[in-house]
Design a protein around this ligand. Structure first.
Ligand SMILES: [Fe+2]
Ligand SMILES: [Fe+2]
Length: 143
């Protein structure tokens, strides 16, 4: 497996969880469980992705900007997750913030998959692409 497929697989999990969450309402067990799963997925993925994908790509002039941009968006996502945690689930503001989070994350994932992956494909060797996939998987399992 290449690093791109490993990351895409987890992006799909995030997309699905967000799709479910924007259809929930009130402070239900369902909403709480899916939200806590999404939080886990987002934070574990960001850490593993920064270590096993962004970090080696910081070393090339062709991908340093993508890496920096991605890290800045990870922070924005984190801040929005914190905002959601501080918002009462029974208020309409919660769903409003959840929809903003979905929009931000979808934008981030699309940018990674459509632009960053394309640039990274030219920078990484085939060996690196598979080694990084193994590192990424290990990192995700460890967390
Ligand atoms: Fe990311
Ligand atoms: Fe990602």
């Amino acid at each position: 497996m290449e690093i791109f497929q490993a990351i895409r697989k987890d992006h799909e999990k995030q997309r699905l969880l967000m799709k479910i969450l924007v259809d929930t309402s009130g402070e239900t067990e369902n909403r709480k469980e899916y939200f806590s799963e999404l939080k886990e997925q987002l934070s574990q993925h960001a850490v593993a992705e920064e270590r096993c994908f962004y970090s080696p790509l910081m070393e090339s002039d062709k991908t340093i900007d993508d890496s920096r941009h991605g890290i800045a968006e990870h922070h924005e996502i984190e801040e929005l997750v914190e905002k959601l945690e501080q918002t009462d689930m029974t208020s309409s503001a919660w769903l409003h913030h959840m929809k903003s989070l979905q929009e931000l994350v979808l934008h981030h994932l699309a940018e990674e998959e459509n632009e960053f992956f394309k640039h990274a494909g030219k920078v990484l060797s085939n060996q690196q692409k598979s080694d990084l996939a193994a590192d990424y998987e290990k990192e995700m399992q460890a967390s």
